[in-house]
Write a protein that binds this ligand. Structure first.
Ligand SMILES: [Zn+2]
Ligand SMILES: [Zn+2]
Length: 124
């Protein structure tokens, strides 16, 4: 697990437990579904589920819904607390966009927690 992710866990009051480390390390390799995480981490269903919720609450992980697919969990390893995400529907890669790329007008800027853009990445 990258040191900065470990630091973010600690900053949010979460210990770097074995399951959290396994899940974050699996997601460092690329976005995964719950089923893929179960297979790769060898953790039980409830442990994976609970830890994904905890990691989503602190913004290290976010969830992408594509119609007709299982939710996909993506790692956010950027330092800035406010930035938008881009997810490629083709290669299923998640990108943390630099802050300020997406500028929402008020009042929406104040009420929006996260912006997620879906599309095809430049490599696709
Ligand atoms: Zn991010
Ligand atoms: Zn792509």
């Amino acid at each position: 697990m990258k040191a900065k992710l470990r630091k973010r866990l600690h900053a949010e009051g979460l210990r770097c437990t074995h399951p959290r480390r396994c899940i974050v390390e699996a997601l460092e390799q690329g976005p995964k579904t719950h089923a893929q995480l179960l297979r790769e981490t060898q953790l039980d269903r409830v442990t994976v589920y609970r830890n994904l919720i905890a990691l989503q609450k602190i913004g290290i992980v976010y969830r992408v819904y594509l119609p007709g697919h299982e939710p996909i969990y993506v790692l956010c390893d950027a330092d800035s607390p406010t930035h938008a995400h881009f997810f490629c529907k083709n290669c299923r890669k998640g990108v943390c966009l630099p802050p300020g790329v997406i500028q929402l007008a008020e009042p929406w800027a104040s009420y929006t927690e996260r912006v997620l853009l879906l599309g095809r990445c430049p490599e696709c």
